[in-house]
Ligand binder design. Structure first.
Ligand code: OAD
Length: 235
């Protein structure tokens, strides 16, 4: 596959848990993944938090600790390098880790929130930290329970307007390490394709979607090679 785009073109990269797998973070739906160990309805819905906030915090606390021990991999760094050639590159991530940022990626949009984010269930209080949370913390402003600043099932993903603006104008859309099972993210590749973007799926295994091209393999191995192969055509 030979792809050449203008250096001013907009490039959208949609990332999922697979891009962080080689950093040691578990995916959700692979064998041994998080949704094999936990039920979504026990730890990833507003109702779960109402019913058992200790369980929900212990789930996210483990993930916060795991994140503190992990580091970006070659796939995250390849995006930083790519953006030097294509400055209008945007990362739309479903991931709640901060590995894109730690690899120097800019223009990162966290549509499902962030593991380091904590917010009040009642007022507008928010803070960022990765300190261990051993019991259910309370809001310093209104004493209500604090919860992880994560978009749970049935909640509206963040930054949808900005995301749609990028998808509507992108020349190249690359989906990396996502099973494409959670909406609205699962729709993005089809929307981008419908708007005329070149679409590429990079994943350990084929997942059904409307991508024109499929590169099978691990993100850390295939993404750097693929991004470097993209040529500049300003003619
Ligand atoms: P999934 O666990 O559903 O999918 C991860 C995908 O990455 C799978 O298709 C794997 O085959 C692939 N994969 C695994 N390791 C890989 C590697 N090293 N290189 C490339 N691909 C690899 O994770 P997501 O699609 O990100 O939402 O899940 C989407 C959302 O579902 C998450 O954001 C989360 C979850 O429930 C919420 O919690 C709201």
């Amino acid at each position: 596959m030979e792809i050449a785009i203008r250096s001013s073109d907009t490039v959208a990269l949609l990332t999922g848990a697979g891009i962080s797998a080689e950093s040691g973070l578990k995916t959700f739906r692979d064998a041994g993944g998080l949704w094999e160990q936990y039920r979504i309805e026990d730890v990833a819905t507003p109702e779960a938090f109402n019913n058992d906030p200790e369980l929900v915090w212990s789930f996210y606390n483990q993930r916060r600790q795991q994140l503190a021990l992990s580091a970006p991999n070659a796939a995250h760094y390849a995006i930083t390098e790519f953006r030097h050639r294509f400055p209008n590159t945007y990362v739309i991530t479903q991931n709640v880790d901060d590995l894109h940022e730690r690899a120097g990626n800019v223009n990162v949009i966290h549509m499902h929130g962030s593991l380091s984010g904590i917010k009040c269930t009642k007022c507008s209080y928010r803070r960022i930290d990765l300190e261990p949370v051993n019991s259910v913390p309370l809001c310093p402003q209104c004493s209500s329970r604090l919860r992880p600043d994560i978009v749970w099932f049935s909640e509206m993903p963040y930054h949808m307007d900005s995301i749609m603006n990028i998808i509507n104008i992108c020349r190249l859309f690359i989906s990396i390490g996502t099973s494409g099972t959670v909406y609205p993210a699962a729709h993005f590749i089809e929307i981008a394709s419908g708007r005329g973007a070149l679409t590429v799926l990079i994943n350990k295994e084929y997942v059904h979607c409307s991508s024109e091209h499929f590169i099978e393999g691990s993100a850390a191995e295939t993404l750097p090679v693929f991004l470097r192969s993209i040529g500049v055509n300003n003619g």
